[in-house]
Design a protein around this ligand. Structure first.
Ligand SMILES: O=c1[nH]c(=O)n([C@H]2C[C@H](O)[C@@H](COP(=O)(O)O)O2)cc1CO
Length: 232
């Protein structure tokens, strides 16, 4: 019938699952009010369905009343209050979702506290984008526990694995976040504080745009609309 598509009409340049899930994590990070580091997480079950997302934020009803400082007396810094993206992705999981066996896509390598939660919740895999705190005892402890936990794997996100000619580099390594083709947007599309938390360089690309650019450098239609609006 007319409704049937012949196989040569099948779209081949679709967004592959892993890129989509990491892009959702990158997008979720943009909800964060942390002025320094925005983290996003996307929890995916064994049926390849998203069951939860999260970003780093202050506890419910505390937003706006607690500090985002990095330094100072302990009670005056964000660190003892902030809920990490991974924690939120797990607690935000749909009521009927089983987080056991899920994969956590996260923009920053989980800290030791989140790693404990990830292990105890029975997740099976962590896919991360950035490892800018790899030298800290927290990250080292995370890797130690993940290694011990055996069934739980962690891998650096690499969209080349998904058979596309694109890749994502990390801010801590490359100083900015870009696709392999290095699509740089005009400066008005750049931000000074990217998802990786590097706020110094202005060569960063708006993370949402970078997420879209995971896919052959072509932003999806919704994003194109946004860029066109900015161009006016
Ligand atoms: O895995 C993580 N998940 C997560 O949500 N975060 C949050 C807590 C803070 O709001 C922020 C880190 O702040 P900073 O980079 O300024 O030290 O990122 C931090 C980590 C890694 O420590």
């Amino acid at each position: 019938s007319d409704c049937l598509q012949s196989s040569d009409l099948t779209r081949t340049d679709f967004l592959v699952d892993t890129d989509y899930f990491m892009a959702v994590a990158v997008l979720s990070a943009q909800r964060s009010k942390d002025p320094n580091t925005q983290v996003g997480a996307c929890l995916v079950n064994q049926d390849n369905k998203i069951v939860g997302t999260g970003h780093n934020c202050m506890p419910n009803d505390c937003e706006g009343k607690l500090p985002w400082n990095r330094e100072g007396a302990k009670l005056d810094t964000k660190y003892i209050y902030v809920c990490h993206a991974e924690l939120n992705a797990i607690v935000n999981a749909s009521a009927n979702a089983d987080v056991k066996g899920c994969t956590m896509y996260v923009t920053l390598f989980p800290c030791n506290e989140c790693t404990k939660l990830i292990i105890q919740a029975g997740l099976k895999e962590v896919v991360y984008l950035c490892d800018k705190y790899h030298k800290t005892p927290e990250t080292k402890a995370s890797k130690k526990m993940l290694d011990m936990a055996g069934i739980l794997e962690y891998e650096r996100f690499d969209s080349i694995k998904s058979d596309k000619n694109i890749s994502v580099r990390c801010a801590w390594e490359e100083n900015f976040f870009y696709s392999e083709k290095n699509h740089k947007l005009p400066s008005k599309h750049r931000v000074h504080n990217d998802v990786m938390g590097n706020s110094q360089t202005n060569s960063q690309i708006l993370p949402l745009t970078a997420a879209a650019h995971l896919h052959h450098g072509k932003p999806p239609p919704a994003l194109q609309v946004k860029i066109e609006q900015q161009d006016r």
